[in-house]
Design a protein around this ligand. Structure first.
Ligand code: GUN
Length: 297
């Protein structure tokens, strides 16, 4: 059997188109554009690429992009003061502080300073608590994107066995919460899990978010299962000096067993920024008191 390929790139493009329509309607109703502020501290090359892409896509969707680039030696107090300024700015609906931050900063303290109603990353403990208790808030972008792809592929997820490999605050834990909310039976596996192949073999849905290149093998996958690969790992390519991107799943073997699978690149990756823009247009409507059917986005 050969798995269907879940085209996250196409899904993300469709999502951005829907957001663009909502962004112009918002501008007409509110008399201003929805705004996203992105704060980058330091010169991490991968973060610079992410921030550039976020800015471009925010503008392409008809929203305002505010970029704040601070030197690596910025003090924590100065960063906290900037976050407070953005909290108080009515033109800013969403705030994202790019992680990782330089080592001299306390990430939790910085995240805790963001107004939870502008926390479009969904990292603030208030939003973590809202997700866990089923209250409306903001959900981290990558896991929300994974659930959108799963529902698009499978329809209802109710009653399915799901395994999430990885227990990070950014992906694994919120992913598990979202799957519980979709009435899946959820197992969270991690580096201390005793028999990972056996745990994975029981799952109708496998979400791999461990950051280990091609770790999940095809022979672990239940035939017909849906596989969501969150990993983005750069490894040496076939030619010397060249590199290529691979996921946490061994795509060659898994795609012969799975029912559907996300590729890397072009699967989950493009969803993250598209969902960030979704969260921003949602925040804008909530902050301006303009009604929006959030479930239809
Ligand atoms: N660094 C890598 N991914 C992310 C993300 O989704 N949000 C933030 N704030 N930083 C990141």
């Amino acid at each position: 059997m050969s798995a269907s390929i879940i085209d996250g790139k196409a899904f993300a493009a469709g999502l951005r188109e829907r957001i663009g329509v909502l962004a112009s309607a918002f501008e007409a109703a509110a008399g201003r554009k929805a705004g996203l502020a992105v704060v980058l501290v330091g010169e991490d090359p991968a973060s610079q690429v992410y921030v550039r892409n976020k800015g471009k896509q925010t503008i392409a969707c008809g929203m305002e992009s505010f970029e704040h680039k601070l030197p690596a030696e910025t003090s924590e107090a100065d960063l906290l003061a900037l976050v407070e300024t953005l909290n108080a700015d009515p033109a800013v609906d969403g705030i994202l502080v790019q992680l990782p931050l330089p080592a001299h900063m306390n990430e939790q303290k910085v995240i805790a300073t963001i107004n939870p109603d502008k926390d479009v990353d969904g990292f603030h403990v208030v939003n973590v608590g809202r997700l866990a208790t089923g209250l409306p808030g903001f959900v981290p972008c990558t896991p929300l994107g994974c659930v959108m792809l799963l529902k698009d592929q499978l329809g209802s997820l109710s009653g399915l066995d799901a395994v999430v490999i990885g227990r990070s605050n950014i992906v694994g834990k919120p992913m598990a919460q979202l799957l519980i909310a979709e009435s899946c039976t959820v197992t969270v596996a991690h580096s201390r899990t005793r028999d990972l192949p056996d745990v994975v073999r029981r799952a109708d849905i496998v979400v791999a978010a461990v950051g280990r290149p091609e770790m999940v093998k095809g022979e672990w996958i239940k035939p017909g299962a849906t596989v969501i690969d969150v990993g983005i790992n750069r490894v040496a390519g076939a030619q010397e000096g060249k590199s290529r991107l691979v996921g946490d799943v061994d795509f060659a073997s898994a795609s012969t067993v799975a029912g559907a699978i996300t590729p890397v690149p072009g699967g989950v990756g493009p969803m993250t920024i598209a969902v960030l823009l979704r969260n921003t247009i949602v925040a804008a409507h909530r902050n301006a008191g303009i009604a929006l059917d959030e479930s239809a986005i």
